[in-house]
Write a protein that binds this ligand. Structure first.
Ligand SMILES: [Zn+2]
Length: 66
């Protein structure tokens, strides 16, 4: 018997966000309510919030925050 499967991490949905303010790229995380991705610019600490699109429209997993 082999048990060589990689350990499963709890899925932590993230969303890549380009922070235009400082030209930085971050990963926003799903908030507790699971209705938006939230993150902060690592350079100027500007908060970013991206609402989760529940109705099948945008399949983009990359966003820009101005
Ligand atoms: Zn910034």
């Amino acid at each position: 018997m082999s048990n060589s499967q990689p350990p499963r991490k709890p899925s932590q949905p993230t969303l890549g966000v380009h922070m235009k303010c400082c030209n930085s790229y971050i990963y926003a995380r799903l908030n507790a309510a699971q209705d938006a991705y939230v993150g902060w610019c690592p350079k100027c600490a500007k908060p970013v919030r991206i609402n989760v699109v529940k109705e099948g429209g945008s399949t983009s997993r990359f966003f820009e925050a101005s």
